[in-house]
Design a protein around this ligand. Structure first.
Ligand SMILES: [Zn+2]
Length: 285
């Protein structure tokens, strides 16, 4: 990991390390992903070294996030054209407009989200080296077989589509395992160790305008246990039908009944990834 490359000595070191097979991560100042190559050359990197060692470039920009006071309306055709380059799993029909309220000081915006541009080497760098494809072609927007360029979009769009899940479990190792399962399914996971953390995480999400799509919670936890947390939650109209799945080692029927009464799913520990997936798919439909 190299903080930032600003001089030819660091650049040479980075390229040498990459050529010897090390994974080198670094930042460099450039206007976009394509401009990274001329920038490396300026700092003394040779084309052949770039071709054989650079495996990808990610550029980041921060854009303003709409405040929760935003309003939805039908998208117009000229706007649809602006979104052409972005691959969307579903056709775009609506768009959000900034409105303004006391919370956002009437700006209509609250916070920022990062958008990323990817430029990834797919086959090999040989053609770039031979000058048959590369910077110029890519900048013209061609998709060469050597480099695959993806325009700005929200990183892990699939993840964003799947939404955020709150995971509550007091045993750290179990929490990490289940969290990994959920992340692999494409969810963003916010972790807590008991019901109290659950309330805090929900509040935080509400403040940040993040929609929680489900809660996966252990039953027996210190301070505020799973059923107590969910019972309180269900009293709020907003969370009346939020999908919830309990995880527990207890095979006792009373636990199953408690889960049922709270309109929650129920899976036994150790949690099986595919079982969790089946339940989540059924509940979040
Ligand atoms: Zn607002």
């Amino acid at each position: 990991m190299i903080g930032e490359i600003r001089d030819s000595v660091s650049m040479q070191l980075a390229l040498d390390a990459a050529l010897s097979g090390q994974l080198v991560l670094t930042t460099i100042h450039a206007g976009n992903t394509f401009e990274v190559i001329p920038r490396i050359k300026e700092l003394g990197g040779s084309t052949s070294h770039i071709a054989s060692s650079l495996i990808g470039v990610v550029a980041q920009r921060l854009v303003r996030r709409l405040c929760s006071c935003k309003e939805s309306r039908a998208i117009q055709s000229w706007e649809l054209n602006l979104f052409k380059a972005i691959e969307s799993p579903e056709p775009l029909t609506h768009i959000m407009d900034a409105v303004g309220c006391t919370k956002c000081n009437y700006t209509g915006f609250s916070g920022q989200i990062p958008v990323f541009e990817f430029w990834e080497k797919t086959i090999d760098g040989l053609r770039l080296k031979n000058g048959r494809a590369g910077f110029d072609n890519c900048q013209r927007g061609e998709r060469s077989s050597v480099w695959y360029h993806r325009p700005y979009g929200i990183l892990g769009k699939e993840h964003a589509m799947a939404g955020t899940i709150i995971l509550l479990e007091d045993a750290e190792i179990n929490r990490k395992i289940v969290s990994k399962f959920l992340q692999n399914l494409g969810f963003q996971v916010l972790e807590g160790a008991n019901g109290e953390d659950g309330f805090e995480l929900l509040e935080q999400c509400e403040a940040d305008g993040i929609q929680v799509v489900a809660i996966v919670s252990d039953m027996l936890m210190p301070l505020v246990d799973g059923p107590t947390f969910v019972r309180d939650l269900r009293e709020n109209v907003k969370y009346e039908s939020l999908p919830i799945i309990f995880m527990t080692t207890a095979t006792d029927k009373s636990f199953l009944l408690q889960a049922k009464n709270l309109k929650a799913g129920y899976i036994l520990k150790p949690v099986d990834g595919s079982q969790l997936e089946t339940q989540l798919r059924a509940l979040t439909k």
